[in-house]
Design a protein around this ligand. Structure first.
Ligand code: HEM
Length: 402
């Protein structure tokens, strides 16, 4: 087992993460972290291999919550309910069934005339900012666009979105650690309950009178294929909401930041909008809104000379793999000519993000709308980032119009 003098992950945050990843990738690419009680993988080849390994599965989150609540004699009903709906805390065969239904429900999103609606919303937010002379590209653009899409997909009324987002934000901290502590689970249970109640009501409404939205589609698909309760369905909606909001919000505001910091890139993209999809892929690689995911191997595995024993947990650092210089030349630059392997921003293998296409599309639309506003500039105040280690979107990215 390789031990650096101190666990570099003890103080990981958005401000220092890339230096730490670089140190780990070079000195100890398969590293046992005492902070996380887990192996930590930072090289692209290793992360990619484990993501695609047939016997490397997600941790069974629901089982963990159940055993913890039994041991601590606690009632964690809401969080247990939600955990069993988070598909990347489930294993086959349940995972395959849940994933299929979530993917089908999400597929319905394209019926919503999304390209036009999203473009109109992005233009509107930026034009309002232009009239006022300033805009916060994190809280007033990236976050609102991400909320708009997941809200429209699930059929959540717009006036409820910000409040739901406030509650859902508390849930994202659950993905910081391989398994949350008892204290944070108790806290999570309190955030999970109102979200589950909200979506349970939405589902009951959809049962009474269906609509052309994801919640109605989910009800139909689940009734036909899963036979699950409305509370479980509410869990799936909550999971969708949490999975989609902060990740996409981080991607859009991160992309806006990267563009506005690079005048030459901005000019090149404005002059040739056909480059936007490739630029969006590069932005996503650099931002890596989900910095790491977890797996557990079902058999002994040897990586970079280290023996990982069956059952031991692994933290796969997507954010480090996506800047591995062995795979991405000049990894910290936006390279519109870049060829080679796909980044791991949406993971890979059996748990690959099912919202990847929607999310990439949102980033592209947001970028195009931004490029159409040549007078927008970053304000002198520095951006403010969430201090989380994993999903840590920009909270503030002040910009103004010259
Ligand atoms: C830029 C935005 C996004 C990023 C970076 C992202 C990233 C990821 C990653 C890395 C995973 C794999 C988790 C794991 O392996 O443990 C994942 C899974 C997932 N994502 Fe996303 N995601 C984004 C947006 C979305 C959106 C918009 C939705 C839905 C509307 C979504 C729904 C899901 C679902 C349902 C899964 C679980 C898949 C499974 O369990 O098989 N994501 N996402």
């Amino acid at each position: 087992m390789t031990l650096l003098e101190r666990d570099p992950l003890s103080g990981l945050c958005p401000a220092n993460r890339y230096g730490i990843y670089c140190e780990l990738r070079e000195r100890s690419p398969v590293y046992w972290s005492t902070v996380h009680s887990s192996w930590v993988l930072t090289r692209y080849a290793d992360v990619s291999a484990v993501l695609r390994h047939p016997n490397a599965l997600a941790l069974d989150g629901a089982q963990f919550v159940e055993s913890l609540s039994q041991r601590g004699k606690l009632n964690l009903a809401s969080v247990a309910q939600l955990w069993s709906s988070i598909s990347f805390f489930t294993r086959p065969p349940r995972h395959d069934a849940v994933r299929r239904i979530l993917a089908q429900a999400l597929g319905g999103i394209w019926r919503l005339n999304l390209p036009d609606l999203l473009k109109q919303r992005a233009d509107r937010l930026l034009s309002e900012g232009e009239r006022e002379g300033s805009i916060d590209l994190a809280s007033g653009y990236g976050k609102l666009l991400a909320l708009f899409v997941i809200g429209a997909a699930l059929g959540v009324p717009e006036e409820d979105l910000l409040e739901l987002s406030g509650v859902a934000g508390g849930m994202v901290s659950a993905f910081e650690r391989i398994l949350p502590s008892l204290r944070s689970l108790v806290k999570l249970d309190k955030s999970a309950a109102p979200l589950l109640d909200y979506f349970s009501r939405l589902i009951q409404l959809r049962r009474r009178s269906g609509a052309d939205d994801g919640a109605s589609l989910l009800v139909r698909l689940a009734d036909q294929q899963l036979g699950c309760s409305d509370r479980e369905l509410a869990g799936y909606c909550t999971f969708f909401f949490v999975a989609a909001e902060e990740t996409t919000s981080a991607a859009i505001s991160g992309a806006a930041h990267l563009i506005l910091q690079r005048p030459a890139l901005r000019a090149q993209l404005s002059g040739d909008l056909s480059l936007v999809p490739q630029a969006a892929r590069e932005m996503l690689r650099l931002v890596s809104p989900v910095q790491y995911v977890w797996r557990q191997v079902g058999e002994d595995l040897r990586l970079e000379g280290q023996l990982i024993r069956a059952g031991e947990p692994l933290m796969l650092v997507l954010g480090a793999a996506n800047r591995d210089p062995g795979v991405f030349r000049n990894p910290n630059d936006v390279d519109l000519e870049r060829k080679g392997p796909e980044s791991l921003v949406f993971a890979a293998g059996p748990y690959r993000c099912i919202g990847a296409q929607v999310a990439a599309f949102e980033v592209e639309v947001a970028m195009r709308a931004l490029l159409a506003k040549p007078r927008i500039q970053l304000a002198p105040q520095p951006p403010v980032s969430s201090e989380r280690m994993n999903i840590a979107p920009l909270l503030q990215l002040p910009a103004y119009f010259v």
